[in-house]
Each structure stands twice: as C-alpha cells, then as structure tokens.
Write a protein that binds this ligand. Structure first.
Ligand SMILES: NC(=O)c1ccc[n+]([C@@H]2O[C@H](COP(=O)([O-])OP(=O)(O)OC[C@H]3O[C@@H](n4cnc5c(N)ncnc54)[C@H](O)[C@@H]3O)[C@@H](O)[C@H]2O)c1
Length: 276
C-alpha cells in the first residue's frame, strides 16, 4: 500500500532564522515543504535535510509568488502557505529615508499580501487551505524605536483578518488565515541589536527561541486561529497598552529601561555557550 501523500506547504524567508525552524518543524510533522527565500544558495542548503525542495523567491515580486504557488500545487493540494519573510529597521520614524520606509513595507506588508493572494488563488480553487502569517507583537501595539516595522506589521494584521472575513463573506468556510504574533526571537534579525537603542522593544519580554515559536506555528498549521500571541500573557499585555495609548506613551521610559536590561541579559546568555 502506498503511504498517504504528505500535505504541501510553502514557507517564505526559510533560509534561516524562524523560517528555517518552521520548515524543519513542518517537515517533522509530515508536511512536504517548499522552502523559499531571497537567498537561493542559503535556502537550497537549508532544504537539503528537509527533502531538498527549494526555490528562490523575493516576496516583493507578485508574479514570482504566483509562480511558486503553481509549482507547489503541482505536487498536490497546497494546504499551507507561511508568510514568514520579514525585515527589521530600527530608529525613530524621522530617521529613515523614504526608500527605507518603502522597503520595510514592501517586504513585510506587500510581500505577505503577495504570498497570501497567490496562495488564496490556488486554495479558493481547491476549496481548502490555510495561510499562516508571521506578524509580531509589533502588529498589536506600536513599538517605540521599531515604528516603521510596527506599521508594516499592523498593516499585515489588518490585511489578514480582513481577508479572513472576506473569505467567510464569499462562502469559503474551509480556507483559513491565521496570524502568529511572537515576542522577540533570538534569530539573526536581533543578533546585532544588543547595543541598538532603537531595538529595545524587542528585548522587553522573554526572549524566545526560534524552535519554540516554530513548534507553535506547527500546531497552528493544524488548527487555524485568527490571532495567536506568544507567549499569551505578552499578547494580553500589549493589547491592554494598545487600548490605553496615553498610558502606553507615559510608560515609554519604563519600556526603554526594561529593554536595555533585556539586551544586557541576552548578551550574558549569548556569551555563555550552554545557555544560548
Ligand atoms: N526575530 C524577532 O524578534 C521576531 C519577532 C516577531 C516576529 N518576527 C518575524 O518573524 C519573521 C522571521 O524573522 P527572523 O527573526 O527569522 O528574521 P531573519 O532575519 O533571521 O530571517 C528573515 C529571512 O527572510 C528572508 N528575506 C528577507 N527579505 C526577503 C524577501 N524580500 N523575500 C524573501 N525572503 C526575504 C531573509 O533572507 C531571511 O532568510 C519575520 O516576519 C519577522 O518580522 C521576528
């Protein structure tokens, strides 16, 4: 008897960091994973232990996203598309030029929209599927020092939840959109930010490992939910601050102090090999 075919998943930004950990977790959970990234050599080598299926993909390219969705669908039903690719810039909003602001929004918001819509073209046709968007706690509340990044993640959250409602209004009951909103994760995105005063917001909570976030993503892949925060208590905390903007602004000095302490804590952890 032939074993049942593995469900097909696509992960963007899968050459390293969280994307690679999600692809690894999905592969272990029985998915056939197409790893994609801007960096073709890095994603090809990341894919080797996971079935060797990879493709170069710049998520800013709408046609390329559609082409990847078609490639994935040629192996079976496209059951999952994870929009994970993202970039971070830090500093006050007035410190970035227009090109930098546009780049962050292009990758984090438009790129994830391109991926979502490419996947939904296939998923609406087959009548089922799941788009999992990696947002951030910065999609739930403004993050001082990470203002442009937070704006891009707010856009992604609104787009994702709006699209989910659009699907239901159009009668698609088995096509899902989930948003995963993690706290800071110790990945290359933060590795050179231990002295960056603009990055303090990422260090105010409990620094997560990519493996822990990936494990939650894998469970979410099986059981879609509109919004999941990790850890949950941080989601509740930032939503409260979002609901009370005057309080949030008044607490900014506290955020900075907590973030600097978090940066020092993480520096000690990274310097000690067995606590990394
Ligand atoms: N690290 C954190 O603290 C943190 C916290 C919450 C959410 N996130 C989100 O998690 C996701 C993964 O981040 P990470 O921490 O692994 O970052 P990372 O920098 O380690 O990895 C990002 C990956 O995305 C790829 N990428 C960048 N631009 C791309 C593009 N235009 N097209 C395709 N791929 C592109 C990079 O090549 C890289 O492999 C991002 O969406 C990020 O915003 C990260």
């Amino acid at each position: 008897m032939t074993p049942p075919a593995r469900p097909v998943a696509v992960v963007t930004g899968a050459a390293g960091g969280l994307g690679r950990a999600i692809a690894t977790g999905l592969h272990a959970d029985g998915w056939s994973v197409l790893l994609t990234d801007l960096d073709p050599a890095a994603v090809q080598s990341a894919a080797v232990p996971l079935g060797g299926w990879s493709a170069a993909l710049d998520v800013r390219d709408e046609d390329a996203c559609a082409a990847v969705a078609a490639i994935a669908a040629s192996r079976g039903d496209l059951a999952l598309w994870v929009n994970n690719a993202g970039i971070l810039v830090t500093g006050a909003s007035w410190e970035h030029d227009a090109a930098t602001r546009r780049r962050v929004l292009d990758v984090n918001a438009h790129g994830a929209m391109n991926g979502t819509l490419a996947a939904l073209t296939v998923m609406r046709g087959q009548g089922h599927g799941h788009v999992l968007n990696v947002v951030s706690l910065a999609g739930l509340v403004a993050a001082p020092g990470e203002t442009v990044y937070a704006a891009s993640k707010h856009a992604l959250l609104a787009f994702s939840l709006g699209t989910l409602s659009d699907l239901r209004m159009a009668g698609y009951r088995r096509v899902h959109v989930s948003c995963l909103c993690p706290d800071g994760i110790w990945t290359p995105m933060l590795h050179d930010r231990l002295d960056d005063p603009g990055a303090v917001a990422s260090f105010t909570g409990s620094m997560l490992t990519a493996q822990r976030v990936a494990a939650r993503a894998v469970r979410l892949a099986r059981r879609p939910r509109p919004v999941v925060s990790l850890p949950r208590w941080r989601g509740a905390q930032v939503r409260l601050l979002d609901a009370l903007p005057r309080l949030a602004v008044a607490l900014t000095p506290l955020v900075r102090a907590a973030g600097r302490a978090g940066q020092r804590r993480q520096r000690r952890r990274s310097a000690s090999p067995d606590r990394r």
